[in-house]
Design a protein. Sequence first.
Lengths: 304, 482
Amino acid sequence: MRLLRRFGPLLGLFLLSAALAAASPHFLTWDNILNIFRQSAVNGLLALGQLLVILTAGIDLSVGSILGLSSVVFAMTVKSGAPVAVAYAAALACGLALGLANGLLLTGLKLPHPFIATLGMLNVARGAAMLLSGGFPIPDLPPSARLAGAGFAPILILLAAFGLVSLLLRHTVFGRDVYAIGGNPEASRLAGIPVKARLNAVYGISGLLAGLASVLLAGRMNAGFPLAGVGAELDSIAAVIIGGASFFGGVGAVSGTLIGALIIAVLRNGLNLLNVSSHWQMIVIGSVIIWAVWVDVLRRRGRQ
Amino acid sequence: MALTAPLVAGRAIRKSFGETEVLRGVDLDVLPGEVHALVGANGAGKSTLVKILYGALRPDSGEVRGRTGPASVAYIPQDIQIVPHLPLTENLFLGHALRRARWLVDHAAQRRAAVTVIERVGIRHPAETLARDLSVAEQQLLMIGRALIRRVEVVILDEPTASLTPVEVGRLFALIRELRSSGVGLLYISHRLDEIPQIAGRVSVLRGGEVVFTSAAVTPKHELIHYMIGHDLPPAETRAAPTTLPAIDLRDGALPGRLRGISFRASTGEVLAFTGLIGSGRTSLARSLFGAEPAFSGDLRIYGKPARLDSPRAAIAHGLALLTENPKEQGLVLTADVATNISLPSAGLFSRFGWFDHRRERATAADYAARLDLQPLNVARLVRLLSGGNQQKVVIARWLLSSARVLLFDEPTRGIDIGAKDQVYAWIRRLAAEGNTVLLFTSEIEEALRLADRILVMRHGAISAELPAAEATEKKVLQAAF
């Protein structure tokens, strides 16, 4: 039973892949597998930030909009003639700053729930992206600005980010504090954990990862898009929840989230190969989310 | 008595969860107009028995009968379950609305009935008052009112006096007597054995899933305790005399609206108790000293050095520890295991260059758990699976590990049974004997009298009396508290 808890999402991923491999000869090809990893990279990075936030019993609705604004900032900086390194730094700084702003709205202004701060930021960042870009994509980036989206780069970046956050959560005091805050914020505060600083950092990291995702996306699409990442926050939440994290905080692991992101990417990819319309894809993914959480509920009930 | 049929009767009730047999053939009944007290240590099976009596659980074998057909029982739990944002009337009729024409709520009839019941249970507020504006004691009366609205025959009260002041207890007892005289049967569960002869007719002791004793409620307390724990209590702890080395010294402590002019000094090795009624400021003072109340001001010295405690973090750095009133809500991270909960404020000890050493953390936590005789001794166990007494041990272990020297205990024995209570008392005395300073914040005067070297009585946010242990009596404390 404990094994099932640990490897349930992984088992789901294998069964799903096996079914799709049987249904389509194109699924289990080297190219397609690489493709799946590439497609999961952007959502994977967003989901990683989302996992940190959900572990603290919060939610970050703004990651999609931060992704969009960062991609516009990135492309405009490139186009302005500044060195490409500056553009990368600008995109990451943009994400980090907006993420920290989310944290400060929560801990400084004491807004009652992160839902509100990040819902506000979802609109503000999207509006800013539209204003800066005039509402149009900013295409034709030089090759050096497309590096992060090219070849194996997205996969390597994704795995590196997962490795780092996994170390952060499992082997640092910061990681322990994140789990403790999600489990019981008042007990954590009374145990001397700097709860506000930790929350600011968590939302900051979530924003930073959205900024990182934006350069991957801009590189792959060869453009900055003001509308990039519309609705992406929901996919990232879905990946975290499918990956077995508790919506109430304190429970969840990086490995589960990676598998959650892969399950969503595999579903999208496989259904595309089978020529299933994107409308049906939405219905399928929605059903998977509900099913995954229902299995979790059943398991908890079984344990009591 | 034998001529009246019981309002609810459990016969030969057995119940197991997995391999654990919780109830082993229990007989228990409540007669009309009777208050039947039920006592037992934690884990004796009281809550399982109660759930079976009011129909929330099915017994494996045996049966529960009412006077004529199914029993009509209401349960008033320890934690009050009302809807805070709704008026009293709505709370009284929750789930049992009076109807007109099948689908419509008959507000006028509900109001008439509510006004009568509100007066009967002794709530002095109009029916439109929101439930959240009542005091805790009145909210409890409201829950009893809900049972009366449904005209149940038996009311089960679970630790009803745990958070009441003596005056409120008096009011509750008056209501219980009134219910008794109108023929309602009551099952009264309490850890406070002194109350039982005041209010009950019979008392039953549950131990290890069996009723080991039933008799008249005037049974002496030590006899009840003997039946509850299966042996007599050890003699009171011997105590070492406190030193005169000042550990904590506060002048003119104030928290706007709650505390004023608080000055006291406690020495190393001393147990200093703060007692007083609910709302007298005990918990506010404990939290203030621990840096959890930012608006607190005062001239504080710890081991002679001036200290500004503006956060719990700063307080911990000065060697303070707060053992909160309610470990589940404010002390423990229930999603985490025992080791994590023990090392929570001391995580830095196990971290080198940012790398957290899990193995050393587990080993150290296991040492401290063993010192406190944690049952079961497994630091990988989720802390929410432990009993209340063992959860309290986890919190004590946490602060021993953090090398705290000034320990603030806020209601350390609330809701834990007599056996576990004695262990906590022994630990408090031992911590003091080992050179720590204990500030004990308690509403139980008996606890203060038993443990403390000195007692400070609080009233309306100020200290109203200081009594050395040798001179303190319950009467003197109460006089200063009111």
